[in-house]
Design a protein around this ligand. Structure first.
Ligand code: AMP
Ligand code: GLY
Length: 426
């Protein structure tokens, strides 16, 4: 059978790599793909992004199913469109994807269904937003409403920073956010203390199957300093997600979300990612929902998945997730992201990449921002590679990943030296 993966990042390389391991799969197309998917066995890049043409391709090539990596095509309604044409696809509809595409939708949804999250208000006018900041008198987080490629969130430790963020978002759209139908809006919420984790599940409209837990590192520099990025590294499992925390998150957050979406007329299908803040007592609150897999969390999670992902996604598309159990490698997986010089503000691209180690049972280098040009591999995006390793302990996975990282060369490469530090400190 033939499968189509939509997207071009490290997450999509990992998805395609895993799907291609199924004995039933002959070819995995990746649209548009990257330099890694261009050169891996059984993977083929497809230079298409238009939804209609992708659907035509699926008909012409008899694609068994399509799985969508990034949020943009989901928010644009690719799932609704494919279903209208009776094509098998795994992901949320446009309506359900609002859980990610609108912070205001997500917060109102959580409030309505009593799902634990930070106290918040939504504003479209600057004056009442400034008044709320003055009156709230605590550390706040200001979030632009709309798709922002991970950049529309300002953690304000002082009221001045919060006021400035409101002006940047409502008066100038300084972060280049893609606004929804209601125009520019901001969500202002209380700052929550604790440790973050990524909790990702598969949903078939009704049934839920949890993936292994994970944690990513959003800041650019060691010790979680510097600007926020899409993610500089990740590992699975996340020790902060104990069995008790896991059970609680399923009961208090995931199941009410799936039931609430169905009750509200947007039955959820696809990967659902809850970004959690977990406090010292093990209470979890939802920071955000994503309607997709995390990047780079997917790379370590899929390194550990032993089950056949084609069977799993078939069951999900056919609403049979209640018949499955996932098998996991007991080892820890850890991914170190290698980024381009100047990332995240102004990545400088085009440099030649050398020394990528050969894949091994315990090491895979997933490509993100790379392209193949006349046989030369070059950087083409802010996050370039995710060097992902398995080890019997987190420390061993970390050592193995950094052995891989040290073999790779390109001008100005940036990476963190401390991926996994929170888990090692516990
Ligand atoms: P978001 O896109 O909403 O997940 O926000 C991006 C990052 O900002 C999160 O991963 C957190 O590190 C931080 N953040 C967001 N909301 C809060 C909050 N209420 N309290 C503390 N940190 C937050
Ligand atoms: N690594 C965070 C995300 O995928 O949103």
């Amino acid at each position: 059978m033939k499968i189509l993966v939509i997207g071009s990042g490290g997450r999509e390389h990992a998805l395609a790599w895993k799907l291609a391991q199924s004995p039933r799969v002959k070819k995995v197309y990746v649209a548009p793909g990257n330099g890694g998917t261009a050169t891996s066995p059984h993977l083929h890049n497809l230079p298409l992004t238009d939804i209609e043409r992708l659907a035509d391709f699926c008909v012409a090539e008899d694609i068994h199913f399509t799985v969508v990596g990034p949020e943009a095509p989901l928010a644009a309604g690719i799932v609704d469109h494919f279903r209208m044409r009776r094509l098998r696809i795994f992901g949320p509809t446009r309506g359900a994807a609002q859980l990610e595409s609108s912070k205001a939708f997500a917060k109102e949804f959580m409030q309505r269904h009593a799902i634990p999250t930070a106290a918040h208000r939504t504003f479209s006018d600057p004056a009442p937003a400034h008044a709320y900041i003055a009156e709230r008198n605590c550390a706040l987080v200001v979030k632009a409403d709309g798709l922002a490629a991970g950049k529309g969130v300002v953690v304000a430790s002082t009221p001045e920073q919060a006021h400035a963020a409101v002006d940047d978002m409502l008066e100038r759209n300084a972060y280049g956010v893609q606004h929804g139908a209601q125009g520019a809006r901001v969500v202002i919420e209380d700052f929550l203390e604790g440790e973050e984790a990524s909790f990702i599940v598969l949903v078939d409209g009704r049934n839920v199957l949890a993936l292994a837990s994970s944690q990513d590192h959003k800041r650019l520099r060691d010790g979680d300093q510097g600007p926020n990025t899409g993610g500089m590294g990740a590992y699975s499992p996340a020790p902060v997600v104990t069995p008790e925390v896991h059970a609680r998150v399923m009961r208090e957050i995931i199941l009410p979300t799936v039931q609430g979406m169905a009750a509200d007329g947007h039955p959820y299908t696809g990967f659902l990612y809850a970004g959690l803040m977990i406090d010292r007592q093990g209470h979890a609150r939802t920071l955000e929902f994503n309607c997709r897999l995390g990047d780079p969390e997917t790379q370590p999670i899929l390194m550990r998945l032993k089950s056949d992902l084609v069977q799993v996604l078939d069951a999900a598309i056919d609403s049979r997730l209640d018949t499955l159990e996932l098998q996991w490698d007991r080892r820890t997986a850890l991914a170190v992201v290698m980024a381009a010089p100047g990332y995240p503000e102004a990545p400088r691209l085009g440099g030649a990449i050398d020394g990528i180690p050969e894949p091994a049972e315990d090491l895979q280098v997933f490509h993100a921002g790379t392209r193949l040009e006349d046989g030369v591999l070059r950087t083409s995006g802010g996050r370039v590679l995710a060097v992902t390793a398995l080890g019997d302990s987190l420390r061993m996975a970390q050592q193995r990943a950094y052995v891989g990282v040290r073999q790779i060369r390109y001008d100005g490469m940036q990476f963190r030296q401390d991926i996994g530090w929170r888990a090692l400190k516990r």
